[in-house]
Design a protein around this ligand. Structure first.
Ligand code: GDP
Ligand code: MN
Length: 393
């Protein structure tokens, strides 16, 4: 989960990392009030999106006069910002961070990510931070210093100093910047982050070390441990079906195709995706109702699946283990009679109480297409899709 810079900077403050004084704003009038409250010019207006590269794309503006703030804010708010990191569609700017401008002497880089092959957090620093860090990584990778951390010990103070000393910073600056890394590491581990980054971490003219930018990505699997972070997700950017499914405890991911799949168990779900592709079609979603699904959650899953207009054929593929086939059939029957199912449904039941499940579906008078084998399912899906694409007159 990504969070906005202004949210990440609040976290930084709680962890003792210095950030410029700033206020978030969602209207030009709020931006002006925020600038006034900071009490000094110039200020910086920063577009809040879940991506970097804003500086180069015009999303960061230094404003010298108070009477220019509203116009500049109006120019950023509501705009779709396309940066090197957003992809061609860009991201909408719904909020700004209004910050006091900092007199920059030097721009450093500090980041922590997981090195998957080493299975350890990796801390990265550079004395040449700023908007050109990607080119630096390609052009002069030796200027980015790395240090793996043993998670049992955590980042040690000597490592933090060495990370900056190896960048060529003098001893005084190393001593001033090292605590930022230690605090950042503490945040990274305590908040279950997948990546954190400060670019640039600046040395000001008065030799203070300040985080001018802030990126914090939180591992969603750890979110249940952090009620303070759960509200920071921006639901307006997420697929509404994914949000709703998440609330119901269903594992739903929207995909690009037109075969709506309802499956139990992640392994069977993956095999079902393969099967759909083998039939020359594309899955419209990944929906794992889980081993412990009830008739209600099955019904809710079907409702979410059917609410997707891209879905042309439904494929229900269930292995009855902990979830019995008759429980599934009951859920499907109830949901189908409540919602009405305007689409062809291919259904494969296997495992515990299969016959009972099949009887329930047969007696429900639903014109579902029962299949026994995976290959047979692929054939039916193929036929139904071609009938959909080439309707007989
Ligand atoms: P990003 O491009 O999305 O990573 O956005 P940043 O927050 O890193 O801002 C981009 C660049 O704007 C920084 O690298 C700085 O060079 C510059 N910048 C941002 N805020 C200030 C400021 O307060 N003072 C100065 N001098 N430069 C700033
Ligand atoms: Mn940045």
């Amino acid at each position: 989960m990504k969070i906005y810079e202004y949210q990440a900077k609040r976290l930084f403050s709680r962890y003792g990392i210095a950030v410029p004084k700033g206020v978030a704003a969602v209207t030009p009038a709020e931006a002006l009030a925020a600038a006034r409250s900071l009490g000094a010019m110039p200020i910086v207006l920063k577009a809040q999106i879940h991506s970097g590269g804003r500086g180069k794309a015009g999303g960061v503006r230094v404003i010298a006069n108070l009477d220019e703030v509203e116009t500049a804010a109006a120019g950023l708010l509501g705009r779709t910002l396309v940066t090197a990191q957003t992809g061609p569609k860009g991201q909408p700017v719904r909020a700004l961070l209004v910050e006091e401008a900092v007199a920059v002497r030097q721009e450093l880089y500090a980041g922590i990510a997981i090195d998957r092959s080493a299975g350890r957090p990796l801390v990265l620093t550079s004395a040449e931070g700023g908007v050109e860090i990607e080119t630096l990584a390609a052009r002069a990778p030796q200027k980015i210093v790395r240090e793996a951390v043993d998670p049992a010990f955590g980042l040690r103070p000597f490592q933090a100093r060495r990370l900056f000393f190896s960048c060529g910073l003098d001893a005084g600056l190393c001593a001033a910047a090292a605590p930022v890394l230690l605090n950042l590491y503490r945040l990274f581990t305590e908040k279950d982050c997948s990546a954190v980054e400060i670019n640039p971490l600046v040395v000001t003219r008065s030799m203070e070390v300040v985080a001018l930018d802030a990126k914090v990505n939180v591992d969603e699997n750890g979110l249940f441990r952090h009620p303070d972070l759960q509200d920071l997700a921006d639901a307006t950017l997420e697929d509404p079906r994914e949000v709703e499914a998440g609330r119901l405890g269903l594992n739903y991911i929207k995909l690009k195709g037109n075969v709506g799949c309802m499956v139990n168990g992640a392994g069977l779900a993956m095999a079902t995706m393969d099967l759909v592709k083998l039939a020359g079609a594309e899955p419209a979603n990944f929906l794992d109702v889980g081993g412990g699904a009830t008739a209600e959650t099955i019904g809710e899953g079907l409702r979410i699946l059917l609410s997707d207009r891209d879905v042309k054929v439904v494929f229900i593929n269930i292995f009855g283990g902990i979830l019995r086939c008759d429980t599934l059939a009951t859920g499907v029957r109830e949901a189908a009679s409540r919602l009405g199912v305007p689409l062809p449904v291919v259904i494969r039941l296997e495992g515990t109480n299969r016959e009972a499940g099949e009887r329930i579906l047969a007696s429900a008078g639903l014109d579902f297409i029962p299949v026994r084998a995976m290959g047979e399912a692929a054939e039916r899906i193929k036929e139904l899709l071609s009938a959909h694409e080439h309707p007989r007159r």
